[in-house]
Design a protein around this ligand. Sequence first.
Ligand code: BG6
Length: 489
Amino acid sequence: MAMRRRLTSEPCAVVIFGASGDLTSRKLVPALHNLQAEGLMPKETAIVGTSRTKFTDKQFGSRLRKTVTEHSRIKPTDASWSTFGRDVYYVPGDATGDELYQDLKAKLETIDEERGTRGNRVWYMSTLPQFFSTIAQNIGKAGLCDTGGWQRLVVEKPFGSDLESARELNASLNAYFPEKQVFRIDHYLGKETVQNLLVFRFANAIFEPIWNRRYINQVQITVAETLGVEERTEFYEQTGALRDVAQNHLLQLLALVAMEPPVAWDADAIRDQKVQVLKAVRRWTPSEIGGVVSRGQYDGYERVPGVHSHSSTETFVAIKALIDNWRWAGVPFYLRTGKRLPSATTEIAIEFQRVPHLLFAKTAVEELEPNVLIIRIQPDEGISMTFGTKVPGPEVNVRTVDMEFDYETGFGSGTPEAYERLLLDCMLGDATLFARSDEIEQAWEIVDPIQRHWGQGGRPGPYRRGSWGPPSADDLVRGDGRRWREPSR
Ligand code: BG6
């Protein structure tokens, strides 16, 4: 498919709040470095970090060089860093006070003058979520947007902690940043394989006719991690798996699998269809939640430094989602995510109906499973389709085999990271891969009843590290006569 886009953005200053944090050094700056290395960012672009830690421009730069070397797919060389290093600035200060904004204003004005960034700004919120609103207000009040250039505000997830707070956050951001300037990031949407879901569905004529309840029996979406909460306990204790991954990444994947074809490849046409699907996801009532949602906590979580003893934060959640519309009525979408699971795998398994009539003797088809289309988001990005085939020999024996497409074999390695794509899109002003406020609100409407129900008591079921969650996760599918698929990698 030939899709033409203007690939270089206008010059701008990318201002990162929370610049001493993990996300900045592991993801944001490596992404900016790679955009520059691939010539996708104009040479005038400046990166301005800010946080309370006191660094000079130079100290910040050398810290970044280390982390870019460690985390980036393109490694910096002395030559490349001599250019990129000159693009990096730092302004220390407290984002909740006024002084920082005066310092930022002065620095940004100098940068505009010296580099030609034309007053264009990307304001990136990479702090703890409770600061998003204050920072946006402070930027606005201090007049930092009155530059004559464009302004874009990037907000990390989770966007709010429930429907009400998400609405409040929206209103507060919109006071200085109109909706068109707000880019709510869900890094899953920047993953090549996630974008490919739409291409797979809508660039091929053969799948759409069977993409519905008549042919599809169930869909399972797994976002599994082997890591625990690591250093992020302060964030995680306030968030938990439901709000950290299910409300955003899992529901975004569900929306892309289940949405109707959009009328055009543009931000609003695509997001309109995602919103329609999310609206159709059934909201579970308190009495139903016990049977359709499983929550778990891995053994030893409470002993992680920074975690409250008797913490009831869930590190695992599984949800059965039903989509009440013509296409999907009665087809369960089972979603699960967790930390300390047996593999670090994200995949979508679409299981088709069994054949209506079996021609072969039962003994001949012991291994015959229904056809399953597996979309591997990560690792080993690819797509496979299982189908029944005849085992060579004089008898008719049938066995399930895989037909494989593998990204690396197909396109070679070096796929851009999600944040590269998203930062570039933001600089280009393309919001297609960012969540609109109504999408976020629909997602909260789906998870809020669950969170509220949990708030009334009970605890997550314990699970062994390296297992697939608590027993209630198995019960959830077993009740429907099904089982979880073992991920293919
Ligand atoms: C983030 C969550 O959004 O996604 C993390 O906050 C999680 O808890 C991460 O580890 C998973 O992302 P990825 O790209 O590694 O699958």
